[in-house]
Design a binder for this molecule. Structure first.
Ligand code: PLP
Length: 288
C-alpha cells in the first residue's frame, strides 16, 4: 500500500488529512501532475516537472522543492508498490489560511500532496474505442494543469452516460482535446494534432509522440482541424500518460478506418512501447 506525502511527512492513506481551509479545497486553487512509473522508472520525469513548474508559474505559486527532492519523493512512492508500476500523483495548492478570502495573503505557504496508485502499463495496442463529440465548455487556460477540473468532469460524465470512452471536444467547430487526453488524426499519411496553445493541455505523451513521428519520418502538422476534417480522417487516436496511444474507431456513430486501428496509429503505438525503457528521468527533452 502506498503512503501519502504531505508537506514533508509520510502518512498512511487513512491518516492523511489536509485542512478544510486549504485553498485547493475551497477554490480549486492549485495545480497537479501525473507521472507514470514503469518498474520504478519515471517516463519523461523532467518533462512532467517542467510542466509542473510552468503551471505553478502561471498561477503564481512558488515550487517548494528542488527537482532532486521531487524525484526522491516520487521514487519512494513508486517503489512502495509491489512491482513499482505506478501512477504518481502530485498536487501543489496555494495553501491554507483562515478566514476564507478570495485574495490570498502574501505569507501563505503551499500545500504539497503526493501519492501513488498501482497501474498496469499497456503491453499491446488497445482495441479502438468510441468517443463522443461535445462542445468544449471549459475555461480558456486549459494549458495550466489546474486541479479545477469541474468542466472536464461534467463532460466526462456526459460522455460516459452515452457509453463513450471519452468526449472529443470542439470550440466553434475546431477540435481541442478530450476531458483527460489529447487527440491526433491522420489524413493522407500526415499526422495532425491541435497546436499547444491555451485551449489545450500540452500533453507530455503528445509531445513525445510528435518526436517519435518525426524520427520515423512521418509528416507532422500541429494545426487546428475542424469537425469535418475529423470525420473525414483516415485514422484517429488519443493520448495520455496512462493510456499512451489509444486508437479511436468511432466518433459517435461515424466509423474511422472502418472502426479498426490504422497503420500509422499502430506504428506509433509500437514505437511508443519499444522506446519507453529509454526515456526515463535521466533524459531531458533531448529529442525536440
Ligand atoms: N489533456 C488533458 C485535459 C488532460 O487531463 C491530460 C492528462 O491528464 C492530457 C491532455 C494528456 O496529458 P499527458 O500526456 O501529459 O498525460
Amino acid at each position: 500500500m502506498s503512503h501519502v506525502f504531505i508537506n514533508g511527512q509520510w502518512y498512511r492513506p487513512e491518516e492523511a488529512v489536509i485542512s478544510v481551509f486549504d485553498r485547493g479545497f475551497l477554490f480549486a486553487d492549485g495545480v497537479y501532475e501525473v507521472v507514470p512509473f514503469y518498474a520504478g522508472h519515471a517516463l519523461l520525469f523532467n518533462d512532467h516537472l517542467d510542466r509542473l513548474d510552468r503551471s505553478l508559474g502561471e498561477v503564481g505559486i512558488s515550487n517548494p522543492y528542488p527537482r532532486d527532492q521531487w524525484l526522491s519523493i516520487c521514487q519512494t512512492l513508486a517503489e512502495s508498490l509491489t512491482d513499482a508500476n505506478a501512477v504518481v500523483y502530485i498536487q501543489v495548492t496555494r495553501g491554507a489560511e483562515f478566514p476564507r478570502q478570495h485574495l490570498p495573503s502574501t505569507e501563505i505557504e503551499p500545500t504539497v500532496m503526493a501519492t501513488a496508485s498501482h497501474w498496469a502499463p499497456p503491453t499491446a495496442t488497445s482495441e479502438p474505442v468510441r468517443v463522443e463529440l461535445m462542445e468544449d465548455i471549459r475555461w480558456l487556460r486549459c494549458d495550466i494543469k489546474s486541479v479545477s477540473l469541474l468542466g472536464n468532469i461534467m463532460l466526462k460524465r456526459e460522455a460516459d452516460k452515452l457509453g463513450a470512452f471519452e468526449p472529443i471536444l470542439h470550440r466553434a467547430g475546431r477540435i481541442t482535446e478530450g476531458a483527460s487526453c489529447n487527440y491526433f488524426i491522420v489524413k493522407n499519411n500526415v499526422l495532425y494534432t491541435p497546436p499547444a496553445d491555451q485551449l489545450i493541455l500540452a500533453g507530455i505523451t503528445r509531445d513525445w509522440i510528435l518526436t517519435l513521428a518525426e524520427e520515423a519520418a512521418i509528416e507532422v502538422q500541429e494545426d487546428a482541424f475542424s469537425i469535418q476534417e475529423l470525420m473525414d480522417a483516415d485514422e484517429c487516436f488519443l493520448s495520455s500518460s496512462t493510456r499512451e496511444i489509444q486508437p479511436v474507431g468511432f466518433i459517435g456513430d461515424q466509423p474511422i478506418n472502418n472502426g479498426k486501428t490504422g497503420p500509422i496509429t499502430q506504428q506509433l503505438a509500437e514505437l511508443f512501447r519499444s522506446n519507453r525503457p529509454h526515456v526515463t528521468h535521466q533524459i531531458v527533452k533531448e529529442h525536440r
